[in-house]
Design a protein around this ligand. Structure first.
Ligand SMILES: Cc1ncc(COP(=O)(O)O)c(C=O)c1O
Length: 342
């Protein structure tokens, strides 16, 4: 098994690196100023307004996805629905676990999957979606949970980006749904990583069994520091917005200069946007390669199952750097599109 997305990230480098979907990491020095380590379960129960039976601790979001899908398989699920475009490890997981896999193309909303919910099905989605930022808000999540319950189906929602778009995480529907999280994107640090899954009690119980099988016990040091991060959500949010928002302003100011046939998908305040290009013959991969030749590093749509554009990071460079990279992207797209048009 090889995840092409990671191979792409590991085998290139460039001066203008917009390939990351994260934010510049919080340093250990900043973290220790925020307070003392506490109990992560207490922080999670109050952040989500849930009981501890609704929480499982993991080492990351992907481990959470793996454990959740394995748990549902154990509970009798045999069919998984995912969307395109989608983060590659999510698309790879159903087949790896030997489950039937249906992929649904989505264009305007993630609800385009709803007609594919049948008894014995699990929806496995990143919400917000990586790369487009399309997402189901709390109201739509309640609708989803209702239809899942009625049809005896489930959802595993990779919620690693949820904090970027939702301030209040209380009152998420928990019936037939689990949400996987980690410190990897919003609470970003290079020195530590903790994950957690919240949701339906029966699924959480089965997830804990899988974690015990594969990799029990997240270490106290990680848990204590992660508890500071979760307790400091407001500070983390402001800090992240301070990095992302100036780049979003640059992006908005510059995209007016884009030629026709280009559409930008962006949800405030995600650390990524997706630029879809619809010029004859121009693929995301050829565009990303053209950009690499000009020292700009992005991720082609190919690694999300639809090679119709590029994913661009907004959280890992300063606005001056971002502006130079963005101008290069626009110049390359415009010259490719004008030469590719009839
Ligand atoms: C949708 C999604 N899920 C999971 C991950 C990785 O999460 P973790 O490092 O917590 O396993 C990423 C990283 O880019 C991601 O985009």
């Amino acid at each position: 098994m090889e995840i092409g997305h990671f191979k792409w990230l590991r085998s290139h480098t460039a001066r203008y690196n917009l390939s990351s979907s994260g934010v510049m990491p919080i340093t250990l020095g900043e973290l220790v100023k925020l307070g003392q380590p506490g109990n992560i379960i207490d922080e999670l129960t109050s952040t989500y307004a849930i009981d501890k039976v609704n929480i499982a601790l993991t080492h990351g979001t992907q481990e959470g996805n793996f454990a959740a899908l394995s748990a549902l398989r154990e509970l009798g699920i045999d069919r998984v629905v995912t969307v395109v475009p989608e983060y590659e490890p999510i698309r790879a997981l159903p087949g790896f676990l030997g489950l039937r896999h249906i992929e649904v193309e989505v264009h305007e909303t993630l609800l385009e999957v709803i007609n594919h919910i049948e008894p014995g099905t699990v929806l496995l989605l990143s919400n917000p979606n990586n790369p487009t930022g399309l997402f189901l808000d709390r109201k739509l999540l309640w609708e989803l949970s209702d239809s899942l319950r009625r049809r005896n189906a489930y959802a595993v929602l990779d919620s690693i980006f949820l904090e970027f778009v939702e301030e209040d995480l209380r009152q998420l529907p928990l019936e037939n749904v689990v949400y996987t999280f980690s410190t990897s994107k919003f609470y970003t640090m290079s020195e530590l990583k903790v994950g957690w899954v919240i949701g339906d009690e029966a699924i959480i119980k089965a997830i804990n069994g899988i974690i015990d099988l594969v990799s029990p016990l997240v270490l106290e040091l990680d848990l204590g520091y992660a508890s500071i991060l979760i307790r400091s959500r407001k500070w983390v949010r402001e800090r992240n917005l301070g990095i992302i928002r100036p780049n979003v302003e640059v992006m908005r100011r510059l995209i007016d200069a884009l030629s026709g046939g280009v559409k930008v998908y962006y949800t405030e305040y995600m650390p990524i946007f997706y630029m879809r290009v619809d010029c004859r013959g121009l693929t995301g991969t050829s565009l990303a390669e053209g950009l690499l030749a000009r020292d700009v590093f992005v991720v082609p749509g190919h690694y999300f199952g639809r090679d119709d554009g590029i994913r661009v990071g907004l959280g890992s460079v300063k606005p001056e750097t971002f502006e130079i990279a963005m101008k290069t992207i626009i110049n390359v797209v415009n010259s490719e599109c004008s030469s590719k048009h009839h």
